[in-house]
Design a protein around this ligand. Structure first.
Ligand SMILES: Nc1ccn([C@@H]2O[C@H](COP(=O)(O)OP(=O)(O)O)[C@@H](O)[C@H]2O)c(=O)n1
Ligand SMILES: [Ca+2]
Length: 499
């Protein structure tokens, strides 16, 4: 046995074998690390696309979305890359000329073809959702609304995309998908953080959606979702006819009816505190009553003289008359006998809430200051307003005093916001570059891009994984070297002992 050990210690091949082994191991580690880096390198990003047309009461917008093909189910991955505003009015205005509705989409759809790479066209879904303007047309003339939808369907099918349907979405869908959009973009859905309520103001309807702290007493106002493994129980309501354009007609019709009762002049003069002093515009009675939101009235004169006198507090009084708050069959209501729990948490207010408040520079003041500023704005003479904003169309310019006052009254008297929680409302247009609105949520839902359960995630991110592998391999290598060193020393000791 001693003889054998002596032979081993004195073996002349011992050192070259050790060197060879070390080089071999280093080479092995280098190869292993290189393969792991190459293997796990992220592939060049490929994108997928989706198109949603928001056929609103006042106009149609085309939204193009993009997302990395391999990360479909991760939250916050879809982003808006382009919008196109269709020229002219909303599709519901083509009731007498349905073919025009489809044709109106042409320019924006051609633009969509240019924005999306051709190899993706055939797999890019296109959805059209129509909101309150078409809901009203359907109530007024169902055949006309079907013809308009058939016309936009025919038009959308002529493009190389994957047509997925054109339909009137319900008020609940409009509210719920707006809520999903803002919370998806804020990446609230897979975290235990609070969610953001959604306030959407259109021309013909308005939506309020949030997670309440109390029970939802009416089934129509309740919506349940399971998203990324969390259950959401939402309150939502859509008020048809309470978009800002329809609300203006409601309010004007009430003023017209009382002016008609009091005055014998022809045309009837309607004095309006919601329009600037010096504003004077001739309207037809028909232009106010051309909506199913009101019962037709028997007013002989076809013409009214609409005269402004700019008094904010009287304007608010007149607007309060369009909200019926006298009856409520639940523990609490917003207005028109609609159940609404107390508003709770933070809210994002978008669409016309933002356009109007942004124009009036009222997006970040307290409720008291907001009222003061609005009062001053409404009392500014019309001549001065026109001078101050030469680039804004007079029709839009004339309505901001009404719209601002309507927004305040809707939020305070309608939804029961107070000066304490006014600052919980953020007036916003976009979140991280994508418009707040129902379209993104609608597409995410229809393409199943928000899973009910949280997707499986990797143990560690790519960079962390590679770093870990390199350090771990080096660690093992160092251990190996130490072992070799130890082996060498112990054999030397053994050698000395023998000699
Ligand atoms: N730059 C803009 C764009 C729209 N708007 C208004 O925002 C509202 C958009 O409503 P909409 O067409 O989406 O109508 P709904 O179908 O949602 O009721 C209309 O009242 C437009 O006049 C605005 O005030 N400023
Ligand atoms: Ca809208």
């Amino acid at each position: 046995m001693d003889e054998q050990e002596e032979v081993k210690v004195k073996n002349p091949w011992h050192r070259p074998v050790l060197i060879f082994l070390t080089v071999f191991i280093i080479l092995g580690i280098v190869i292993m690390v290189s393969i792991s880096v190459v293997q796990n390198k992220p592939l060049p990003k490929k994108y997928k696309y989706g198109i949603v047309l928001d056929a609103g009461s006042s106009h149609t917008s085309v939204f193009i979305y993009e997302w990395p093909a391999e990360k479909e189910n991760n939250t916050g991955m879809v982003r808006q890359i382009h919008t196109c505003n269709v020229k002219g009015k909303g599709i519901s205005s083509y009731n007498a000329n349905p073919d025009g509705a489809g044709k109106s989409l042409q320019e924006c759809m051609v633009e969509a073809k240019q924005k999306i790479p051709a190899y993706r066209h055939s797999e890019t879904p296109v959805y059209l959702g129509a909101t309150a303007g078409m809901r009203l047309l359907k109530m007024e003339d169902e055949t006309a609304s079907e013809k308009v939808l058939a016309s936009v369907e025919h038009s959308l099918k002529t493009y190389p995309f994957s047509y997925q349907g054109a339909r009137i979405i319900s008020g609940q869908e409009e509210g719920a998908f707006g809520w999903i959009t803002v919370n998806y973009l804020n990446q609230n859905l897979n975290k235990p953080t609070g969610t953001l309520g959604a306030l959407d103001l259109g021309g013909a309807s308005t939506q309020i959606t949030f997670i309440p702290q109390q029970e939802i007493e009416s089934g129509d106002n309740s919506i349940d979702f399971r998203l990324y493994g969390n259950d959401y129980h939402l309150y939502t309501h859509s008020f048809l006819c309470y978009g800002k354009d329809q609300a203006l007609k409601l309010s004007l019709s009430k003023k017209l009816v009382s002016a008609h009762a009091a005055s014998k002049t022809d045309p009837i003069e309607v004095r309006d505190p919601c329009f600037h002093p010096g504003y004077n515009f001739t309207r037809t009675v028909q232009s106010i009553f051309d909506t199913p939101c009101m019962k037709a009235v028997n007013i002989s004169s076809g013409i009214i003289s609409h005269v402004g006198f700019g008094d904010w507090s009287q304007c608010q009084q007149s607007i309060r008359k369009v909200f019926n708050t006298s009856r409520c069959a639940y523990s609490k209501c917003s207005f028109n006998e609609v159940f609404q729990p107390s508003v709770y948490g933070k809210f994002g207010a978008f669409s016309a809430f933002f356009f109007v408040m942004d124009f009036l520079n009222l997006t970040s003041d307290s409720l008291a200051i907001t009222k003061q500023k609005l009062e001053k704005y409404c009392s500014t003479p019309w001549k001065k307003i026109v001078e101050n904003y030469p680039l804004v169309k007079e029709k839009y310019l004339s309505e901001y005093c009404f719209s601002g006052t309507y927004i305040l009254t809707l939020l305070e008297d309608g939804y029961n916001f107070t000066s304490e929680n006014w600052q919980d409302i953020s007036f916003l247009k976009k979140i991280k570059g994508s418009d707040a609105g129902w379209t993104l949520g609608y597409m995410l839902n229809l393409t199943n891009m928000i899973p009910a359960e949280a997707p499986d995630t990797r143990l560690m991110p790519y960079g962390g994984y590679v770093t870990f592998m390199i350090f771990f391999t080096l660690f093992i290598f160092v251990l190996f070297l130490l072992a070799c060193l130890y082996f060498r020393q112990s054999t030397r000791k053994a050698q000395k002992g023998i000699i």
